[in-house]
Ligand binder design. Structure first.
Ligand SMILES: [Zn+2]
Ligand SMILES: [Zn+2]
Length: 214
């Protein structure tokens, strides 16, 4: 499995192109915008996009999802249904931040905790991790020890919870009860900034490290 990060939008959101190397089939996780940069990289790698995956309903993560899905004629899977109210507000979010090309959409598949998503020969396990948004999900490759966690967890930080229906206690619980059990060796790609491992965050993260009171 090969992962290529493309920071998109003025928020420098980590859009990921994830390729199954045996089939050359790919998914795009969180195409927030700048879709010509994403399609350019897909073309350069000569891979075939099979679906689009979304961690949550924020503009910088899903603002380009509809345009990219239409471009490739593929489906959008995720996030959890509880983020529908965010996706419904996309056109307003876009206007507020001065983005153009607002396109509302409904994912072909809402995801639930415990489900999985397949592409090529690869499987991602899906975990519902509310707190930053109520319908946030993360994608985990057990075979390759990699997780795509959106804005749940960052290297040295955690997601904001001061949005409508954000909840700090839910976020901390999701990190400790859903992410940590996946293993200290797991590398995660956050929605913004550099990758890290769950083990490093358990040791050093000032918000949710092992020494920090719940
Ligand atoms: Zn977000
Ligand atoms: Zn974000």
């Amino acid at each position: 499995m090969k992962v290529t990060l493309i920071p998109v939008t003025p928020f420098q959101q980590n859009c990921s192109i994830v390729v199954c190397e045996s089939t050359r089939r790919a998914v795009v996780v969180d195409p927030g915008g700048d879709i010509e940069r994403i399609t350019g990289e897909v073309e350069r790698q000569g891979v075939s996009v099979e679906k689009i995956l979304l961690t949550h309903g924020h503009l910088d993560h899903c603002g380009g999802a509809k345009a990219l899905a239409d471009h490739y004629g593929v489906k959008i899977e995720g996030p959890h249904r509880d983020d529908a109210f965010w996706i419904d507000q996309l056109p307003e979010q876009m206007q507020r931040f001065g983005f153009s090309g607002a396109q509302a959409f409904t994912p072909e598949r809402w995801l639930e905790d415990g489900e999985s998503v397949e592409f090529g020969d690869e499987t991602f396990e899906v975990y519902h991790c509310p707190g930053h948004t109520p319908g946030h999900v993360i994608f985990f490759s057990r075979a390759h020890r990699v997780a795509f966690v959106g804005d749940v967890l960052f290297a040295g930080s955690i997601g904001r919870t001061d949005f409508p229906r954000g909840n700090h206690a839910d976020l901390i619980r999701a990190i400790r009860e859903k992410l940590w059990p996946l293993g200290d060796d797991v590398t995660f790609v956050p929605g913004h900034g550099p990758a890290s491992t769950f083990g490093d965050e358990r040791r050093t993260n000032p918000y949710v490290g092992d020494g920090v009171p719940a």
